[in-house]
Structure formats: C-alpha cells, structure tokens
Design a protein around this ligand. Structure first.
Ligand SMILES: *[C@@H]1O[C@H](CO)[C@@H](O)[C@H](O)[C@H]1NC(C)=O
Ligand SMILES: *[C@@H]1O[C@H](CO)[C@@H](O)[C@H](O)[C@H]1NC(C)=O
Ligand SMILES: *[C@@H]1O[C@H](CO)[C@@H](O)[C@H](O)[C@H]1NC(C)=O
Ligand SMILES: *[C@@H]1O[C@H](CO)[C@@H](O)[C@H](O)[C@H]1NC(C)=O
Ligand SMILES: *[C@@H]1O[C@H](CO)[C@@H](O)[C@H](O)[C@H]1NC(C)=O
Ligand SMILES: *[C@@H]1O[C@H](CO)[C@@H](O)[C@H](O)[C@H]1NC(C)=O
Ligand SMILES: *[C@@H]1O[C@H](CO)[C@@H](O)[C@H](O)[C@H]1NC(C)=O
Ligand SMILES: *[C@@H]1O[C@H](CO)[C@@H](O)[C@H](O)[C@H]1NC(C)=O
Ligand SMILES: *[C@@H]1O[C@H](CO)[C@@H](O)[C@H](O)[C@H]1NC(C)=O
Ligand SMILES: *[C@@H]1O[C@H](CO)[C@@H](O)[C@H](O)[C@H]1NC(C)=O
Ligand SMILES: *[C@@H]1O[C@H](CO)[C@@H](O)[C@H](O)[C@H]1NC(C)=O
Ligand SMILES: *[C@@H]1O[C@H](CO)[C@@H](O)[C@H](O)[C@H]1NC(C)=O
Length: 779
C-alpha cells in the first residue's frame, strides 16, 4: 500500500517536472521545435510521449525527416490498451509524407505506400477526418525544426486484422459472407496469396446468383474430399479453387477515390476496370453494382464486398467430374479414374451427349465397380425422362429401353450394348425394376445429364438373377435346370429367351405333369424357345433369320402395334404354330441377352403332346377303355380331333353305375365330350359348352381358380374341374379332369320333369288363343 502510493507521488512529481520543463523550453527557444517538442507541449499527448520514452523511440523520432506522426491523445489510452502490451511506433508514422489536412480530399482516400498497413482516411466534408476509424482531434501541428506534421487522433491504431479474421468478423457482424469465408478457411495459404492485395469479396447472394448448390459445394469442397483424393484428381480441383480466388485478387491495394477509372490486372491475368462511387466510399468492378462494404483494411490489404461481380461465374468452368464432386460423389469419380474412364466425365462430358446415373452417396457398402459396371451407369445420349414419358398415362406403368455405354462384350452380347430399362409409374421412375431414380429433373452440365439413383446400379447378372420373383417363372426354371440350360454357351450374338412364366404351367398342369415324366419333350420345348441374337419387345416389324439353341434355322417375324399405351408385340416363330405374345414392360436383361417372360406356355412343332398323352397322365384307365370301345370316339383320340374330354377321376368312376356292357355307355361318354370350338369357353369359364350329346354345360367360378360345371338342362349337381391340359395341336383339344362323372341320371330326371310343364304351357297357349278369339267374336 505504502509503496504504491509513493510511486504515484513520484510519478506525479515527474509529470509536473516535465511539464514545467517543456513549457519553459517553448518560451525560451521558440524558434526550433521538433515533433517531440510538439508532443511535449500539449498535456493531451503525455501518455503517448511516455510510451515513446519507455520504448526508446525519442531518438528515432528526432532523427526522422519528411514524415507524419499520428499521435493518440490521452483519452485514446482507455482501459483496453494496458492489456495489449505490444506497441509499434510504425503504426503511427507515415514515411515520406507530410500530410496536411487541407490536402485531404472530401471522401475516402486510401494510403498504402510508406505505411505499415493501409490507412483509410475519410474526410466528412464538415471538417471531420478519420483515419482507420480514429478521428483527427488535433490537426496540423507543425514543427519548424523537422519536415513533418503531427495529428492528434482520438483512438489508437492497432494492427488491422489478418484477412481471415476480417472475414470472420464480417461474418459474425452481418451474415452474408458465409460461403466465401468457408472457402478461404479450407484454402491453405490464402493469407500469403492475399497479401498486399485488393480482395473482392463475393457475398453469399453473389454466389447464389452465379452458381447452383452443386457448383458451390465443389468450390467450397463442402464434403472435405479434396484432401483425400489422389493427386490426379486433386490437381484440377485445387487449381479451380485457386483460380477462383485469383480472379478476385489484384496485387495492388486500391480503394477510395483512387479507385476511379483504374484498371488493374487480377492474379488470373485478366484486366478489371474499377470505378469509385460516392466520393470513394464504394466501387464497382467491370460495371457491377457498387460494393456494399468497401475499403475494409486488413494486414496487409484492402477488401471490398460485392453482391454482384460480373466475372464471378466465368472464374471457373464446370464439367461432369466437378459436378460429381459437388454432389458428394467423389468416390465414384475415383472409381472412374481407377478404371481409366475419366474421359467420360471430363472433356467428353462437354462435347458429347451423355446421361449418367449416380448412386446416392450415403452408401454403406464400399463400391466394387468393374469397368463394365461403371460404363453401365452411362447412356451415350441425352435422356430427358419427362420428355421421354410425356405421353404416358400416369396410372399405367410405361417402359422404355436405352442402350448403356457398356458395349464391349463381344463374347456375350455380340458387341451390342447392354440395355437399361426405365419404367415410369405414378410419376416415379425406376431402372431395371429395382433402382429408383430420385428426381425426374436431371442436373445438366455441358451436354451431360445427371440423375441420382437410390442404390448402386449393377450390370445384369446371370440368368437366374435376371428374373423378378413376381414373374413366377420357377417351373420353367426347373425345366431349364433339368436341361442344363441355366448356363448358356457363349454364342457371340447374345440370346433371346422366351420363357413361360406367370404360372402358365400351372394353368396346364396336366401338360406339366406329362412333361415332368418326359425329359426329352422338356428339352425340346425349352431349346426351341432359346434363340440366337437380341430381340427386344420394342423391336419394330421385322423378320429375322436366326437359329435356336438346337442349331436349327428359325425364321422370326416381329409384329408390333404401336398405338400409344397398349403396345403389344408378337413373335411368330417358324418352329411354333401359335403366335407368341410378348409383354412390353417385362424385358429382363441378363449378362447374355434378354428374357421375355410369357403369360402362357407354347409348344414347338417338334413336340407333339397328344390327347392320349394327357389322358394317360390322368391315370383314368377305365374311362380310356370305355372310349376305345367305340370306333368314332377312339378316333377322336387317335387322330387328335378338335374335341375336349371331361375325364372323371378313376376312383369316382367306380361309383357310377356304368360298365363296359351298359347300353347307355355311349351317351354317357358323349356327355363328357365337348365340341372343339367350345373348348375356350371351358378354359375361360364363360358361356355354355355343347357336348356331343347335344346337352350344353355351364361353367361357374365358385372361388378364384375353382371352376364348377353343371348341365344346363339338369338337376343341381355340379362337378369340379380338378386339372386341365391341352394338346399341342392348338388349344381346341383339351383334357379336363373332373372330380366325378356327369351322370345321365341327372339328365333323364330333368328331362321327364321338363316335359310336363312343356305340355302345360302348350295347353295354356291354346286355351288363351281360344279365349281371345272368343272375346273378339263377341264384338
Ligand atoms: C526529404 O525530402 C527531400 C525532398 O524530397 C529530400 O531531398 C530529402 O533527402 C528527404 N530527406 C530524407 C531524410 O529522406
Ligand atoms: C518534406 O517532405 C515531403 C515528403 O517527403 C517532400 O515532398 C518535401 O519536399 C519535403 N520538404 C522539404 C522542405 O524537404
Ligand atoms: C467538401 O465538402 C464540403 C461540404 O460538403 C464542401 O463545402 C466543400 O466545398 C467540399 N470540398 C471540396 C474540395 O469538394
Ligand atoms: C507487402 O508490402 C510490404 C510493403 O510494401 C512489404 O514490406 C512486404 O514484404 C510485402 N509482403 C509481401 C508478402 O509481398
Ligand atoms: C472486365 O471487362 C473487360 C472489358 O470491359 C474485360 O476485358 C475483362 O476481361 C473483364 N474482366 C474479367 C475478370 O472478366
Ligand atoms: C458425403 O459422402 C460421404 C461418403 O463418401 C458420407 O460419409 C457423408 O456423410 C456424405 N456427406 C453428406 C453431407 O451427405
Ligand atoms: C406391324 O404390322 C402390323 C400388322 O401387319 C400392323 O398392324 C402394325 O401397324 C405394324 N406396326 C408398325 C410399327 O409398322
Ligand atoms: C416324350 O416326348 C417325345 C417328344 O415329344 C416323344 O417323342 C416321346 O415319345 C415321349 N416319350 C414318352 C415316354 O412319352
Ligand atoms: C407331330 O404331329 C404332326 C401332325 O400330326 C406330325 O406331322 C409330326 O410328324 C409330329 N411330330 C412328331 C415329332 O411326332
Ligand atoms: C360284357 O359282355 C361280354 C359278352 O357279352 C362278357 O364276356 C363280359 O364279361 C361282360 N363284361 C362285364 C364287365 O360285364
Ligand atoms: C361351334 O360350331 C357350331 C357349328 O359348327 C356353331 O353352331 C357354334 O355356334 C360354334 N360355337 C362357338 C362358341 O363358336
Ligand atoms: C350341340 O351339339 C349337337 C351334337 O353335336 C348338335 O347337333 C347341336 O347343333 C349343337 N348345338 C349347338 C348350339 O351348337
């Protein structure tokens, strides 16, 4: 306590001593005053002077010539100064400049030479002048012993912030420089790049005016991938970012009034035309709207903030590769480089039409791309999905196929390109029925369109993986496996496979059972449906000569009706009687070609499944014996005549009172034989079906897939169709296995029953006619 108060007393003593000395010096030797004399003369500068003395700067100032000293008055040394220990006299000295306030123009002037850091001098016109926010409170104190001036200033002149801090401060004071700030934060060495420079700061609005979010992500390295990529990828990326900044920097400090009508070359070598506005308080570059924040001093340089820099957009040119980085698909870019396919996303993406499907980034599994599978993500054309599917009805799925850029598989696809199938349903798009396209509008860069997809697009795999389980092709697959056809030999042309699916074998389950016991027939059927060459369901009317996998020549005629939505394509094979209907949306690609899942089974001419084959399959031997008993009936079987036969199960036949010697056996059998042109009514369970006995049958679906038959003119008895199958000679001769015989008894009862009302009605009519006649004759 005592020591402290003593030291204050001593200090006060020294101050009063000093003041006494200086005032006497002034009065005695008035002619020769130095800068230090001026400081000494005014009590306003005592703190500053003491600081100069403490730091030993007095001799330096005494020897200095041709300069200006900015001297903070005592009040400038408010509390915060004591904490900031560093003091540099150079902050307050303007070398080689004897500044008179009368020389200072109205408005803003930037001092950049002979100063430690740039000074922004602002003359308000009303006599007030500020220097880097410090106001001149004691102007133009001039010593006569030195060529110099002294200006008392209201606050200290600390070092201005580093450029990074300036931007951070700017961002925290007012939003709007976030993007530029994050760009330079991730840019190593920006400070030295921006030193002794004029920096044009594009505000966020400026970014959004000139770039989309993908381009901004790229410039900002928003996903922090730049530091992780190989130099071959990083080189261009870093160069772009550097060039972007170089465009915004000039190696000369310019601002204020001096910026008017000046042209400077930026670090990218382009001229920039400056123009100052509003007495130097803001400026425009190449006729932009004037800057919003200007003449911001940093150590060392000056920054001006813009909402519109005309050449910002052209600072960087984009291509697909850069877009992929901006979409956080750097991993995909890497894979392309690894497989030497970078040309697809570099130069070619600007000059060549292209469409790319990019998997969404947040993939958990690591990419495992091969060159072919990478190429499968590209279509070498522009596919505008919304235009392609313009005419499609929104409720109906509609499908289009496109050739991918993977075309080099000579061995498997004969050099043709593997396709992509795109389907639209209710506004959303899917590739190969599996990969969802996440938005209908692509990103467009150069001539390339980019779509993002839900997961990594895989090349069609082997035969089995190609088939959607919902197509229900399993029985055909069993047959293919049985015939060793799941692995097809390389044929250098690819294959077109016609495959009965959708439980079409279940519909003809008798045929299926027959085939299960005849491998030869299965082999023939399946091999006849596997053809060389690629024919898709969008093929136009053509006839091609090809071969099936048996090596036999096949002539194939494609016919398609192209009437908007309900397209149908049919294939007519020279080896199959029936016309094969091919569904448009079902083309299923595999690594060796295309599979057409069919709605029904087709039998080639080479395979004859006869009525008698199917009859035998039912196991109803006694019934067959009955049929063979009669010449005309057995000829139906032997000659494959167009009749269908309802066959009761073997066990149910025993319960029926018919035998080989029954007199009504032939009628009984005829009641079970349907004329061929009615077969389709039975197959589809619609209308009536005439039996050869002349008694029609009616069909009824009791529950889905369960069909019941009864006599139209008979009792209420019904028989159930258990199984069915058709001969390969057209669909007019089929076998229907029924759960019990249709009894003649039902009929005869019904008939006798029918006769009575028939007579009654007849009598009634006659009576009626007589009555009418009687009434008329009464008049
Ligand atoms: C001061 O300026 C004058 C005139 O330009 C020059 O002759 C002189 O050398 C300068 N003095 C110093 C110390 O720089
Ligand atoms: C004083 O200094 C200024 C600035 O260097 C110079 O232009 C001027 O000639 C000097 N005057 C004298 C008298 O040396
Ligand atoms: C500076 O501004 C003041 C007030 O606006 C005006 O009176 C004065 O003439 C101006 N000086 C010059 C040199 O333009
Ligand atoms: C910036 O300019 C000052 C003064 O002209 C100079 O001393 C300094 O070396 C320059 N700095 C750089 C990085 O060029
Ligand atoms: C500024 O405009 C001039 C012509 O007015 C032009 O030559 C120059 O390239 C432009 N600067 C930039 C960076 O685009
Ligand atoms: C960008 O992709 C990486 C994987 O490459 C992932 O970890 C990250 O979450 C993604 N970032 C964003 C913002 O999606
Ligand atoms: C194909 O041929 C069929 C029948 O000959 C015809 O109806 C159809 O319009 C043709 N389609 C095309 C696209 O020419
Ligand atoms: C099996 O099918 C083939 C071809 O249709 C036929 O030639 C052969 O007779 C059938 N074999 C049997 C046991 O039915
Ligand atoms: C199949 O039947 C047709 C017509 O009856 C006959 O011409 C052909 O030879 C038969 N094919 C086989 C392989 O039995
Ligand atoms: C049918 O009649 C023949 C001779 O008329 C007789 O030999 C046979 O045993 C009879 N069969 C049956 C099952 O009654
Ligand atoms: C079947 O043919 C007969 C005569 O040939 C005809 O009267 C009948 O209407 C045909 N039935 C159908 C369903 O076509
Ligand atoms: C029903 O079949 C019988 C016998 O074949 C025939 O006489 C009759 O005309 C057929 N009736 C119809 C409506 O087809």
């Amino acid at each position: 306590m005592k020591v402290k108060s003593w030291s204050i007393v001593i200090q006060l003593y020294w101050v009063s001593l000093l003041m006494a000395f200086t005032s006497s010096a002034q009065s005695t030797s008035g002619e020769f005053t130095s800068v230090v004399d001026i400081l000494s003369e005014s009590a306003e500068f005592s703190t500053f002077l003491r600081l100069l003395q403490r730091n030993g700067h007095i001799p330096y100032l005494n020897e200095l010539q041709n300069f200006t000293l900015l001297a903070p008055v005592n009040s400038a040394f408010a509390s915060e100064f004591e904490k900031k220990a560093e003091f540099d006299v150079k902050n307050y000295v303007l070398d080689d400049l004897v500044l008179q306030t009368s020389q200072i123009s109205n408005g803003t002037t930037i001092l950049r030479d002979s100063v430690k850091f740039p000074l922004s001098i602002h003359h308000y016109g009303n006599g007030e002048i500020s220097i880097n926010k410090a106001f001149i409170v004691e102007p133009d104190l001039t010593p006569n012993f030195q060529n110099a001036t002294v200006h008392g200033i209201s606050t200290l002149l600390p070092d201005p912030p580093k450029v990074g801090n300036l931007l951070e401060k700017l961002e925290s004071d007012r939003e709007g420089v976030h993007l530029f700030n994050s760009l330079i934060k991730s840019f190593k060495g920006f400070e030295s790049l921006a030193s002794n420079s004029t920096l044009l700061i594009p505000f966020d609005v400026n970014f959004y005016k000139d770039f989309n979010h993908i381009e901004i992500n790229y410039l900002l390295d928003a996903f922090n991938h730049l530091s992780t990529v190989e130099s071959s990828i990083a080189r261009d990326w870093s160069r772009d970012r550097e060039r972007f900044l170089q465009t915004l920097l000039c190696h000369k400090i310019i601002g204020g009034l001096e910026a008017d009508d000046k042209s400077l070359i930026n670090l990218a070598g382009q001229p920039i035309k400056f123009r100052s506005w509003n007495l130097g308080s803001c400026m425009s570059v190449n006729d932009s709207t004037p800057s919003v924040y200007s003449n911001m001093i940093y150590d060392r340089g000056i920054a001006h903030g813009f909402t519109e820099i005309p050449f910002l957009h052209s600072a960087v040119s984009f291509n697909t590769e850069k877009y992929l980085h901006g979409m956080n698909s750097t991993d995909f870019v890497r894979e392309l480089f690894f497989r030497n396919l970078q040309h697809m996303i570099r130069d070619e993406s600007i000059t060549k039409k292209m469409t790319i499907f990019i998997p969404e980034t947040a993939l958990n599994e690591k990419f495992g791309f091969t060159k072919p599978s990478l190429l499968y993500h590209f279509i070498e054309d522009q596919v505008w999905l919304e235009d392609e599917f313009l005419s499609s009805n929104d409720e109906q799925p509609s499908t289009k196929m496109f050739q991918s850029a993977f075309c080099s598989s000579n061995k498997r696809l004969g050099g043709q390109c593997q396709r992509l199938k795109i389907q639209k349903l209710r506004g959303s798009y899917t590739i190969n029925s599996k990969y969802k396209i996440l938005h209908a509008k692509p990103y467009e860069i150069g001539k390339t369109l980019i779509y993002t997809i839900s997961e990594d697009l895989q090349l069609p795999g082997d035969f089995l993986s190609a088939l959607n389980p919902f197509y229900h092709c399993s029985r055909s697959l069993v047959f293919l496996r049985q015939s060793g056809l799941l692995k097809l030999p390389a044929n250098t042309q690819g294959y077109t496979v016609l495959l009965p699916c959708f439980d079409s074998w279940g519909f003809f389950d008798l045929n299926f059972e027959y085939l299960q016991n005849n491998a030869t027939a299965v082999n023939l059927i399946m091999k006849n449906l596997i053809l060389d060459g690629l024919l898709y369901s969008d093929a136009k009317n053509v006839t091609v000569e090809t071969r099936n996998i048996l090596g036999e020549k096949v002539s194939l005629s494609v016919s398609s009706t192209d009437d908007g939505g309900d397209d149908e394509t049919t294939f007519q094979l020279s080896t199959v009687d029936e016309v094969i209907r091919v569904n448009h949306s079902l083309d299923s690609f595999f690594d060796q070609g295309v599979i057409h899942p069919l709605q029904s089974a087709y039998f080639p001419r080479a395979v004859n499944i006869t009525i008698s084959d199917l009859l035998e399959t039912t196991g109803a031997t006694e019934f067959i014996n009955f049929l063979e008993h009669f010449q005309d009936l057995s000829s139906i079987i032997k000659e494959n005549k167009p009749y269908s036969i309802l066959v009761p199960t073997a066990s149910s036949l025993n319960m029926e009172p018919v035998g080989i010697n029954s007199t009504n056996l032939q009628d009984f059998l005829k009641l079970h034989i349907v004329t061929g042109n009615y077969t389709k009514n039975l197959l589809h369970c619609e209308g009536q079906a005439n039996t050869t006995l002349g008694e029609p049958l009616l069909c009824r679906e009791s529950s889905p897939g369960s069909y019941l038959l009864r006599l139209e003119n008979g009792a209420d008895h019904e028989v159930r169709i258990l199984r069915k199958g058709c001969s390969s000679f057209g669909n007019e001769s089929c076998i229907f296995l029924i759960d019990r015989p249709i009894s003649l008894l039902w009929l005869s009862q019904q008939k006798s029953h029918l006769h009575l009302p028939g007579i009654a009605v007849g009598v009634g009519v006659i009576v009626g006619v007589f009555s009418v006649v009687a009434i008329f004759s009464a008049y």
